[in-house]
Design a protein around this ligand. Structure first.
Ligand SMILES: Nc1ncnc2c1ncn2[C@@H]1O[C@H](COP(=O)(O)OP(=O)(O)O)[C@@H](O)[C@H]1O
Ligand SMILES: [Mg+2]
Length: 159
């Protein structure tokens, strides 16, 4: 499914809708170029889990940040990773299989280290303030998230 957002706030709102639907042990892989809105979306997911979005930032030095929400959120940013295998050094193996929510920015850089099943979100810059956001999934457990978004779709920005 696909959404179009016309401001960072709309992207955050979409993130909140997704964040409300996520459960323990679920993994979100974010694909999209610099400035496409990945971190903005993470802020929305975090907010839905009760985390102050101000603490959510693109990692400059910290490559994995943990936020304590209703569920723990593990926010990976692979942008600066030199080798995909560095994800293992960050503990991804245990974290992906743990009880928190894992979110990976720049998932294309570390695709081989992702679990087989995840929610895949691809963001595209269409205009300075316009983003196209494609959401799909690998693994039946994630079907309900797309269905949940569809059910609430009318209240969301144009889809
Ligand atoms: N519709 C939109 N959705 C998300 N961000 C937008 C949108 N329109 C403009 N922006 C701007 O694009 C930038 C997105 O930054 P960020 O979320 O950090 O992207 P990324 O993490 O993908 O590099 C921000 O400066 C934000 O204000
Ligand atoms: Mg970012």
């Amino acid at each position: 499914m696909e959404f179009v957002t016309n401001s960072p706030e709309e992207t955050m709102t979409l993130g909140q809708e997704i964040g409300r639907l996520l459960g323990p042990g679920e993994v979100v892989a974010l694909f999209g170029s610099l400035g496409s809105g990945k971190t903005t979306l993470v802020k929305g997911i975090a907010l839905a889990q009760g985390v102050d979005p101000k603490v959510v930032r693109s990692a400059s030095f910290v490559l994995m940040q943990e936020y304590q929400g209703k569920l723990p959120i593990y926010h990976f940013d692979a942008y600066r990773l030199e080798d995909p295998r560095d994800m293992f050094g960050l503990g991804c193996d245990e974290i992906f299989w743990g009880e928190g929510i894992s979110i990976v920015e720049w998932a294309d850089k570390v695709e081989k280290t992702l679990p087989e099943e995840y929610i895949k979100i691809s963001l595209f810059i269409e205009a300075p303030n316009k983003r196209r956001i494609e959401i799909s999934y690998q693994g039946e457990r994630y079907k309900r998230i797309v269905q949940g978004l569809m059910a609430r779709g009318q209240g969301l920005v144009a889809g």
